[in-house]
Design a protein around this ligand. Structure first.
Ligand code: 3HC
Length: 292
């Protein structure tokens, strides 16, 4: 069998946050057995509840049968460790945006999973080439960048590191298609394509607000009504997380060495104040008790 036709029937997803749980859900809906791994058991419980809510939504609008919902749920096993006994063909990591943490997951996976297992990262900004350097067989490492909310967003940005093989890229392209997504292949440069284009736009919205050009609602309305964006930039930044936005801008600024990526001081101040957006209940907007 050619590598591009490699069957992926069992996968491990590490990190049960919003992205990890969404990724586990779309894999399971495509009939793939998933170990969803997180050291924090309460996070695993929250992930399971979020997956159930999301699948229920899909059943309610008729795009999934109740039977397929139950089958998908049965395919997801919450775990606190990567299981050495299971010969999974793929691991996707969606842990915190920290090179050392991500490299540790890959090093552990390379130790316990088969040598042929593909190792994918859902990183939004960390170099795939640097991540691969922690692993024997860097040709099997690549970026599989999903977008929030994972069950809804069509794109998977497939990021080729310096040493990623063509067979690995094609296997992940085929997998993304099987998940009902549209894969777009890009090369490993800071921010890839998605965040290199998105974050400067969000950053400019932060400067626009800081300089008093307009109120936050007006800035969002201009982009929603004038450019047909589903969310305005400030609303979207709250949705992504202001800490995540700051981290990506810092990577762009440092690794591309250009001041046009300089993070807005207002963004830094909000992150320092712990106003991170929806996940803390307050960012540019207030969300009451809402954290989703
Ligand atoms: N699971 C299943 N279905 C979901 C869902 C979920 N978690 N969230 C939303 N949906 C479905 C709804 O059921 C609804 O379906 P329908 O149109 O068939 O009835 C549809 O999605 C729209 O949802 P809502 O009606 O509740 O709300 P909106 O119309 O306001 O849409 C949104 C919500 C899809 C989030 C939309 O506002 C949007 O597309 N926003 C932009 C999101 C975006 O840009 N994401 C990318 C962020 S960047 C990123 O992730 C990369 C990182 O590296 C920074």
């Amino acid at each position: 069998m050619a590598d591009t036709e490699r069957d992926i029937n069992r996968a491990t997803v590490v990190g049960a946050g919003t992205m990890g749980s969404g990724i586990a859900q779309v894999l399971a809906t495509a009939g793939i057995e998933v170990d969803l791994v997180d050291v924090d058991t309460s996070q695993l419980l929250r992930a399971q509840a979020a997956i159930e809510r999301s699948l229920d939504r899909l059943v309610q609008k008729g795009s999934l049968t109740a039977r397929a919902r139950d089958q998908s749920l049965a395919l997801i096993r919450p775990k606190t460790k990567i299981d050495a006994a299971i010969g999974h063909e793929l691991l996707i990591e969606a842990v915190t945006e920290d090179l050392t943490a991500k490299q540790a997951v890959f090093a552990q996976a390379a130790h316990v999973l088969p040598e042929t297992a593909l190792l994918a990262s859902n990183t939004s900004s960390i170099s795939i080439t640097a991540l691969a350097s922690a692993v024997s067989g860097p040709e099997r490492v690549l970026g599989m960048h999903f977008f929030n909310p994972v069950p809804v967003m069509k794109l998977v940005e497939v990021v080729r590191g310096q040493l990623t093989s063509e067979a690995t890229t094609q296997a992940i392209v085929a997998l993304a298609q099987r998940l009902g997504k549209t894969p777009v292949v890009v090369n490993d440069y800071p921010g890839f394509v998605s965040n290199r284009l998105l974050l400067p736009m969000l950053n400019e919205a932060f400067f626009t607000l800081m300089e008093g050009v307009a109120e936050k609602e007006a800035i969002d309305q201009v982009m929603k009504l004038g450019m047909n964006h589903p969310m305005g930039p400030l609303e979207l930044a709250d949705f992504i997380g202001l800490d995540v936005c700051l981290h990506i801008l810092e990577v762009l600024h440092r690794d591309l060495g250009d001041d046009k990526y300089r993070p807005c001081p207002l963004l830094r101040r909000m992150v320092a104040a712990g106003r991170l957006g929806r996940k803390t209940g307050v960012g540019f907007y207030e969300y009451g008790g809402r954290r989703g």
